[in-house]
Design a protein around this ligand. Structure first.
Ligand code: FRU
Length: 490
């Protein structure tokens, strides 16, 4: 039961997950088990700023509605705080924790503050009751620190071909791979990345998984490579302002990751998506992740009161041959549909000057399909109330978007908050599809059905009452323009 003053606060997201109170950051321990999606998260139960990290816990049956559960893992005097990590289902009792049955095992980083500097090591804990209670393994740490200060955020999965558990873990400017028969004894295998990709700051929160390759032409796909491995890594200072998240596409044989190209690609073109983690043990081969919707560069200063930290919408992933080559595609999960109600709908019309839609919704999905050309230039104003607005501009000549948040509301709470950004579109198709999820203080923009995602926090001072679409030059044909109300989950 949620106390009735909660989830009504200014800026509180209505269809995204956020803990009831206090500070939260990275999603952790994401695993599907016995009909439940588990979402653990970095949590300070005592304050609205980062502090002694615990694992908070929530479960969902549909990825949309969440039940809060008590804190799952607490710091201890010997090994310290509970930093980020993952969780797996030990189906064959490789650990011996489950008397021949199965259960959940969490693999996480312990962080001990010491005079001579912090000590980060890897530990495990197990649960015999679907994650309701946890026992820390007496043999912790299972991987001792090997002499590097930043050694954290293990993501573990079962690698079928080698019949071993595999761990990818961030170590300062690279990731390392380890394997294990039983989640207790780990063997170092290889490392990746110190010379590749984005290195604005330390690397954190890696994830590694396989996706089928979707070719433009499905017939072609049967002759070519069918799947690729995606290695996702957060770069703590890789963005124009603070964090960024990148991914490499390549091969993984259970021992070594080999990238197809030296460069990495951005997961998101906004500034508030980080520490992404995908669920393990998913039914139907789906690969779904979500991220912490915030930015270390200003996370403690965002103007939310009593709670700080929220998750992005869960996004289903695929790998598609785009005009620029293979790219990761992110789409909000289809389960979100259950919350939607039609609010505004118009089809096949010419936008000559501007379309103004009275709209007092603060949580909605805007979906537009437009026919554009080199001549097209338009602006979409969201969060609009008098002078207040966020502007998404598109310019056909350069096929680029700019997102202008300078008039969205509170933007000066921290100098690192970025007010303007430019984003190149990948597709050159005349058919432009824009999906935007607005939820009080979050903005998730998906261009061309998930080829590009832009995730940002916004803090409008006033409730908006209008959506405006403006044709800046020539007229634009709009195939459809929809606004769907999204109901609250709280
Ligand atoms: C990323 C991170 C992780 C670490 C955790 C601590 O946001 O710095 O690398 O495990 O947060 O809360």
């Amino acid at each position: 039961m949620i106390a009735n003053n909660l989830y009504k606060e200014k800026y509180r997201l209505q269809y995204h997950f956020s803990p009831e109170k206090n500070w939260s950051n990275d999603p952790n321990g994401m695993v599907y088990y016995q009909g439940e999606y588990h979402l653990f998260y970095q949590y300070n139960p005592a304050d609205v700023v980062w502090g002694p990290m615990h694992w908070g816990h929530a479960v969902s049956k549909d990825l949309i509605h969440w039940d809060h559960l008590p804190v799952a893992l607490e710091p201890d005097a010997e090994l310290g705080m509970i930093f980020s990590g993952s969780a797996v289902v030990d189906k064959n009792d490789t650990t011996g924790f489950f008397d021949g049955g199965e259960g959940l095992v969490a693999v996480y980083t312990t962080h001990l503050e010491r005079e001579e500097g912090p000590l980060q090591q890897q530990a495990i804990a197990y649960s015999k009751d679907s994650g309701r209670s946890w026992i820390k393994y007496e043999g912790n740490p299972v991987i001792r620190n090997y002499g590097v200060e930043d050694f954290r955020d293990p993501k573990v999965f079962w690698h079928q071909e080698t019949e071993k558990w595999v761990m990818v873990i961030a170590c300062y400017d690279r990731v390392r791979f380890y394997n294990s028969p039983d989640l207790k004894k780990w063997k170092y295998l290889s490392e990746f990345g110190s010379e590749l990709g984005s290195h604005g700051g330390v690397w954190e929160c890696p994830d590694l998984f396989k996706l089928p390759v979707e070719k433009k032409n499905k017939i072609e796909a049967s002759n070519n490579e069918k799947e690729k491995w995606i290695l996702q890594i957060g770069d703590q200072q890789g963005g124009e302002a603070g964090v960024s998240t990148q991914y490499f596409i390549g091969e993984f044989d259970g021992m070594r990751f080999k990238a197809n190209e030296e460069k990495s690609y951005k997961v998101d073109f906004g500034q508030d998506l980080y520490a992404l983690q995908s669920w393990s043990n998913m039914p139907d081969q789906r690969r779904i992740w979500l991220g912490w919707m915030n930015n270390i560069a200003y996370a403690e200063d965002i103007p939310t009161d009593g709670w700080k930290g929220m998750m992005s919408i869960p996004r289903e992933l695929s790998l598609k041959e785009t005009e620029a080559g293979l790219r990761l595609i992110q789409k909000p999960v289809k389960e979100l549909k259950q919350l939607k109600e039609e609010f505004y709908h118009q089809e096949n019309f010419l936008l000559k000057d501007k379309l103004s839609i009275p709209c007092d919704l603060q949580s909605y999905h805007l979906k537009a399909q437009l026919e554009i050309s080199d001549e097209s230039s338009f602006s979409l104003a969201l969060h609009k109330k008098d002078e207040q607005q966020s502007l998404l501009n598109y310019d056909g000549k350069t096929n680029t978007f700019t997102l202008d948040l300078s008039k969205t509301g509170l933007v000066n709470f921290n100098h690192n908050y970025l007010k303007q950004k430019k984003i190149n579109r990948i597709s050159s198709s005349n058919n432009l599809i824009v999906d935007i999820l607005v939820d009080q203080s979050s903005l998730e923009i998906f261009i061309d059905e998930g080829e590009i995602s832009i995730t940002d926090l916004v803090f409008p001072e006033e409730k908006s009452n209008e959506i405006e679409l403006i044709a800046n030059k020539s007229e634009i044909k709009i195939n459809s323009f929809n606004v769907l109300k999204i109901n609250s989950i709280w």
